[in-house]
Design a protein around this ligand. Structure first.
Ligand code: NAD
Length: 292
């Protein structure tokens, strides 16, 4: 190498090292996200992921205490400027208008909606009461409709597009014994996402779905009665449920809230700019093949 060439290389290496040390711009900086069911296991994991990527996040949930605890936790990690909460029931039309208005007022708009609030219920068809059936429809279908309609109106008015991600379930694609009310509502949720995707395309609004399989830890649904019910319906002990779900999957892996958060982030961000009306199963392969 000539002296000049050696100098050029050294100079270039130093400049490159300087660039590496510079903080990288965050992919969701300047974006505003709303997460429903934000006090729950998946909701909190999603909020953390979006906050890490620079978004401002409004959490909403029906559970006042759990919501306050979630806010305290997130503010500790990310500061009070980028986290806010509004307590509301997504099945009420006026309550949903309040959620959207509060988000807009606090953060100046809405770019990302993560519709995630939910319940779990299990009972054989003949033991499923009309009340349980209607509760599933009311939260998982009507609630999702109300929140996405209000978000859609705001996004359209802003003229800056937007991204919606529905957290549905593998059981919206594959029937699960003893869960007809839940499975049917989740299937409707998935189809609602596709319908909104079609109407939103011309407005730059993308709508996609993440389908978790049973999240083996860290969700309030799972850590409560649901785990015992799953144990009973599979004729195993509650302590063996995690291992049971791992073993029956194609990848022999259990799904965690953080895995769902990664998928939601991908679909919400510009990395998925050419995806709409799609479903991303985060299920260790369970929807693709029967491996038990
Ligand atoms: P979670 O119970 O930890 O969180 C759900 C949250 O939704 C709770 O905080 C609850 O208070 C809130 N919520 C319920 N009804 C509401 C209403 N009417 N208005 C506002 N908030 C309401 O459970 P999770 O696992 O984090 O569930 C998140 C989503 O993932 C749900 O839609 C659920 O159906 C779906 N999902 C979960 C699993 C799993 O195994 N945990 C599997 C597949 C799909």
């Amino acid at each position: 190498l000539s002296e000049q060439e050696a100098f050029n290389i050294e100079y270039w290496l130093l400049e490159e090292a300087k660039l590496q040390r510079m903080p990288k711009p965050k992919s969701l900086a300047g974006r505003v996200a709303l997460v429903t069911g934000g006090a729950g296991g998946i909701g909190q994991a999603v909020a953390r992921q979006l906050l890490r990527e620079g978004a401002c996040v409004m959490l909403t949930d029906i559970d006042t205490e759990a919501l306050a605890a979630a806010q305290k936790d997130l503010v500790k990690s990310f500061g009070a400027d980028s986290v806010a909460t509004v307590q509301a029931d997504i099945t009420g039309e006026a309550a949903v208008e309040t959620i959207i208005a509060a988000t807009s007022l606090r953060f100046g708009g809405l770019d990302i909606l993560v519709s995630n609030a939910g319940i779990a219920s299990a009972a054989p068809l003949e033991d499923t009461s009309l009340e349980v059936w209607q509760r599933n429809q009311s939260i998982l279908v009507t609630g999702y409709f109300l929140v996405s309609r209000a978000a859609f109106r705001l996004m359209k008015q802003q003229k800056t597009g937007g991204s919606m991600v529905f957290v549905a379930s593998k059981n919206g694609l594959v029937a699960s014994a003893g869960a007809s009310a839940y499975c049917t509502a989740k299937a409707a949720e998935i189809h609602l996402a596709r319908c909104i995707a079609l109407e939103g395309a011309s407005e730059g609004i993308r709508v996609n779905v993440v389908n978790p399989d049973a999240v083996i830890r860290g969700s309030r649904i799972w850590d409560g009665k649901w785990k015992e019910e799953r144990a009973a319906s599979n004729k195993i002990e509650a302590d063996d449920v995690e291992e049971f779900y791992r073993k029956r999957s194609m990848l022999k892996l259990g799904v965690l809230p953080e895995d769902i958060a990664e998928a939601v982030y991908f679909l919400a961000s510009d990395k998925a700019a050419k995806s709409t009306g799609n479903i991303l199963n985060v299920d260790a392969g369970n929807a693709a093949a029967f491996t038990r």
